[in-house]
Design a protein around this ligand. Structure first.
Ligand SMILES: CC(C)(COP(=O)(O)OP(=O)(O)OC[C@H]1O[C@@H](n2cnc3c(N)ncnc32)[C@H](O)[C@@H]1OP(=O)(O)O)[C@@H](O)C(=O)NCCC(=O)NCCS
Length: 290
């Protein structure tokens, strides 16, 4: 029976969410990590929220009406980067080329949407997904660790830097300029959304913006001119959103500082990319997306 690839609809959320939960449970229990999808309800809720997002596109794979896996591709206009994930295949259907077929569908969609930069965050303990992504053209760029702990609050911040919430369009613009100078592209939409949620902060020193955070958490990201500025952003976060936040594993100074502050490492991850990639020119925290 041939494999059918078709758009996901809301009444597919249960089957796709269940597969996401089962697939992640299988891989996390094999390696002793907490699962990225801790319950079936979480998996279903995730699919429903992605279906409601106009910048997300998803397809599923089915055979004889039975869902076997799904994939999503996300856009962050005006960012040139498109992001893949989650990709999940039912554990009983692994090894049948379904993952590859879903990846090809997402890459075709990205190309039709004129994205030459595609990114994802991979779970390194899962060799199968690393092989699949490598065969699809992805390069490992940045090993990450998810850091977990309580907000440090300003009491741990000895810096005199002026940290404040983003309040206006002009705050978004100046922070986005810093992003462009460090990453080479704009993340304006994410900055604007974080500003509207009241979780975006910026450091201003003598009228110069030296760092910003679009929320400290798994869906947030940050850039700063120095590790000192990055520490200030982290130390000033009143809340850590989600299970933690990613830090590049090779940023010894930040990882070591967080460990000294009582943080723990939750799980490893890999930032992988296809297409042009500018090595960030200053310290940064990536989001779960990129
Ligand atoms: C990752 C996942 C989507 C892969 O789905 P799949 O249908 O099994 O993938 P495919 O069979 O299309 O591709 C896997 C490839 O890895 C290869 N492979 C697997 N283990 C390998 C190993 N140890 N060394 C070399 N190649 C390996 C397979 O041979 C296959 O390559 P091929 O197509 O050239 O034969 C699925 O395992 C899954 O859902 N895992 C749990 C959730 C998850 O980790 N998602 C990704 C998050 S980053």
């Amino acid at each position: 029976m041939s494999l059918v690839i078709r758009p996901i609809e809301h009444n597919d959320a249960e089957s796709c969410g269940n597969i996401g939960y089962e697939a992640h449970k299988a891989i996390s229990s094999a390696h002793g990590y907490p699962s990225e999808q801790h319950s079936e309800e979480f998996g279903i809720g995730l699919i429903n929220s992605l279906l409601d997002n106009p910048n997300s596109w998803g397809v599923l794979a089915e055979r004889q009406g039975k869902t076997l896996g799904s994939i999503f591709l996300h856009e962050f206009p005006p960012s040139p980067v498109a992001v893949i994930g989650p990709l999940t295949v039912h554990p009983a259907a692994e090894g049948g080329g379904i993952g590859r077929t879903l990846m090809e569908a997402a890459l075709t969609r990205a190309s039709k949407q004129n994205h030459d930069q595609i990114r994802l965050v991979q779970s390194p303990s899962h060799i199968r997904s690393f092989v699949l992504y490598t065969k699809c053209g992805f390069t490992l760029r940045e090993p990450l660790f998810l850091m977990q702990g309580q907000p440090l609050k300003v009491s741990n911040n000895t810096s005199s830097a002026n940290v404040r919430l983003l309040r206006s369009d002009s705050d978004v613009s100046v922070c986005d300029e810093l992003c462009k100078s460090i990453h080479g592209f704009s993340r304006e939409m994410e900055l604007r959304q974080a500003k509207d949620q009241g979780i975006a902060t910026m450091i201003e020193q003598n009228g110069v913006i030296t760092g910003y955070s679009a929320g400290i958490g798994i869906l947030g990201h940050a850039v700063a001119n120095s590790n000192e500025d990055l520490k200030v952003l982290i130390a000033n976060a009143s809340v850590i959103l989600g299970p933690g936040f990613f830090v590049p594993a090779r940023n010894h100074e930040i990882i070591n500082w967080l460990l000294e502050c009582g943080f723990q490492i939750g799980w490893p991850a890999n930032l992988m990319t296809i297409g042009p990639y500018q090595e960030p020119l200053a310290p940064f925290l990536p989001s779960l997306a990129y």
